[in-house]
Design a protein around this ligand. Structure first.
Ligand SMILES: Cc1cc2nc3c(=O)[nH]c(=O)nc-3n(C[C@H](O)[C@H](O)[C@H](O)COP(=O)(O)OP(=O)(O)OC[C@H]3O[C@@H](n4cnc5c(N)ncnc54)[C@H](O)[C@@H]3O)c2cc1C
Length: 457
């Protein structure tokens, strides 16, 4: 389950929904449709919207309500790319397919931007730019990475030297950074409800509190069973992420569920501008912190992760400590709101997009980068079903791999913790080396001054 709680009144824009999102009816009558989408998160709603735009009859079945899980509880950062690092993607599929896959991920980001326009989905408080900061002094690696992104993958990026990073983020924890000027952020909760409204306007019917309990995917017409109704459809799209459950257990077992916990602080006033002037998202290369300014003077911060479900309130202390570690000048901040959502991580780090059987499609496993990738998946699958577009085959090398069940979750957590400990150690070492260099330079200056004095005397 996902949850959200307010420790104090939150503000507007990114941190609250001024008007409660609309509620939709349960499905209580049997239906015959072209396309049945399971799950009303970002992925399911984008498929539904794109398919409905072609004139197909589309039904979305949502077990709880629109945006109930991660899709209604994220930080809203939109950038190109996947969880799998680019060099690994090239090693896996070769340069040409890696280029195609990267371009598709950029097209996914462009799709979100086009729908975030004020006349399409209003009030998304769009802000520009994202900074990928390194917590080790890795200037050489950065140059190679920048060259690959800009020269080989036509992505607009900029390298920031340490001084520039620290000018805009007053912390000694970060060194160099890659700036993505075309990345942007939106109010994620409004976006998912905006998508639902657009899909509805295009003709898709969305039913809430209608869990799919079983699917018979064989045969030309698929049979879908819910507690109060049965459907028949030519295509079924599985967009249930980690909660798909018994409807297709073999598929849900290929995802490692990771609960990501996040918070929004109370207004921090002028002291926030003293530690951070960058208005876009900041993401560290070790995947520990992801934060940005919302409502002018609050911080929205995602930090801890668990492989088991836990109330987000339990993580308030950890998020507060993380903020104090990066920006000690802020002291202990007050938290206004906490929330969490479960993301589905695949073993290979790439999303699951494509056709499993004739008429049975999957769109899940989007991990931490779900905005651009789910938008891309929605378009690919809709055009695959309706127009026979087979670009989804680019994802075929990334098969459904069992994520290891309960032992897999324990191992995932242990690996995550070990990786974080390694990153923390590397960061400490990098900061120690930096201090040692500063001390050595100061010693040389003192020595030179003493030699000059001695010469004069
Ligand atoms: C704290 C946090 C911060 C994040 N920040 C970012 C970010 O800044 N940028 C970014 O790109 N990504 C971010 N993400 C990741 C992103 O939110 C997810 O990748 C994305 O929302 C996944 O969308 P989805 O549609 O696949 O899944 P979900 O949001 O999980 O939606 C699936 C839906 O299917 C329904 N469902 C499941 N099974 C059934 C069934 N049997 N019958 C009916 N309905 C069913 C569920 O109830 C659910 O509503 C973040 C995630 C979290 C948790």
């Amino acid at each position: 389950m996902t949850s959200e709680s307010m420790a104090a009144a939150a503000g507007s824009g990114d941190t609250a929904f001024a008007v409660a999102p609309p509620q939709r009816a349960r499905l209580t009558v049997d239906l015959d449709v072209d396309i049945c989408v399971v799950g009303a998160g970002l992925a399911g709603l984008t498929v539904a919207l794109e398919a409905a735009r072609t004139g197909a009859s589309v039904v979305v079945l949502e077990g709880r309500h629109v945006g109930w899980n991660a899709s209604g509880h994220h930080l809203g950062t939109v950038m190109p790319g996947y969880a799998l690092p680019l060099p690994d993607l090239i090693a896996r599929v070769g340069f040409d397919d890696a280029w195609e896959l990267w371009s598709l991920s950029q097209q996914g980001a462009d799709y979100v931007r086009a729908h975030a326009a004020e006349n399409v989905i209003p009030g998304l408080a769009l802000s520009e730019g994202a900074l990928e900061v390194s917590n080790v002094d890795a200037g050489d690696r950065l140059i190679g990475h920048l060259q690959m992104l800009s020269e080989d993958f036509a992505t607009e990026v900029e390298g920031w030297q340490i001084d520039r990073v620290r000018d805009t983020l007053r912390t000694g924890r970060y060194f160099h950074a890659v700036h993505y000027p075309r990345a942007f952020q939106i109010d994620g909760r409004r976006y998912v409800h905006g998508l639902a409204e657009l899909a509805g306007n295009a003709g898709a019917r969305i039913f809430e509190e209608t869990p799919v309990v079983s699917i018979d995917p064989f045969g030309i017409r698929k049979r879908i069973v819910t507690p109060q109704a049965r459907l028949r459809a030519s295509h079924v799209v599985l967009a249930g992420n980690v909660h798909l459950g018994g409807a297709l257990r073999r598929l849900s077992d290929t995802l490692l569920p990771v609960w990501r916990h996040a918070a929004v602080t109370a207004p921090l006033g002028a002291r926030l501008a003293e530690v951070m002037t960058f208005q876009g998202s900041v993401i560290d290369t070790d995947g520990i912190d992801h934060f940005r300014i919302v409502d002018g003077d609050r911080l929205m911060w995602a930090g801890p992760e668990t492989t088991w479900e836990a109330r987000p309130e339990r993580h308030v202390g950890a998020i507060r400590r993380r903020i104090r570690t990066i920006f000690p000048q802020l002291g202990t901040v007050e938290i206004a709101k906490v929330f969490s959502g479960a993301i589905g991580q695949t073993v290979h780090g790439m999303p699951q997009i494509g056709r499993l059987l004739p008429g049975l499609w999957v769109a899940s496993g989007f991990g931490r980068q779900g905005l651009n990738t789910s938008a891309m998946a929605g378009q690919l699958i809709a055009s695959g079903m309706v127009e026979g577009d087979d670009r989804w085959r680019l994802f075929s090398p990334f098969e459904l791999v069992w994520a290891g069940g309960t032992p897999g979750r324990a191992a995932g957590y242990a690996i995550g913790m070990a990786a974080r400990a390694r990153s923390a150690a590397a960061g400490t070492l990098a900061r120690y080396r930096e201090q040692a260099r500063i001390r050595a330079r100061a010693r040389e200056v003192r020595l030179a001054e003493a030699n000059r004095q001695a010469g004069r005397e």
